[in-house]
Design a protein around this ligand. Sequence first.
Ligand SMILES: Nc1nc2c([nH]c(=O)n2[C@H]2C[C@H](O)[C@@H](COP(=O)(O)OP(=O)(O)OP(=O)(O)O)O2)c(=O)[nH]1
Length: 126
Amino acid sequence: MISVAAAIIFRENKVLIARRAAHKHLAGYWEFPGGKIEPREEPEACLVRELAEELMIIIQVKHHIMDHIHNYGNFTITLKAYSCTFVSGEIILTDHDEVLWVNVDDLPSYHLAPADVPIANRLMQK
Ligand SMILES: Nc1nc2c([nH]c(=O)n2[C@H]2C[C@H](O)[C@@H](COP(=O)(O)OP(=O)(O)OP(=O)(O)O)O2)c(=O)[nH]1
């Protein structure tokens, strides 16, 4: 079981999604940025670290939204979603090939990573 933290970053009523680059597992799928939680790391600290590493931005983690367990066949992840706010920085892509700020209600138009779909649905219910 792999624990992965995902940042739902809100800015002016939109959320940030990022498209996984060609060399990655799930290439071409859109996801909420984040990454694998390291041993003894808190999910909140993981998100601050990953967003600085992957997109070169500073975020603030606000609260836990939900966990979702998804089986990808050869491995299973627990995806831990947290509500976050954008603090500062200009996005520089290192791990993704595109990012977009989208309205929550438009999330179903994007080819989201399968583990992210229940999280998108929860966001749309709010
Ligand atoms: N970051 C992130 N990963 C997700 C999401 N949904 C989803 O299924 N995943 C999967 C894709 C990967 O199999 C795994 C996270 O791996 P990753 O490649 O993003 O994490 P990482 O940067 O820490 O790892 P690595 O490439 O250094 O090995 O979780 C999501 O919304 N965000």
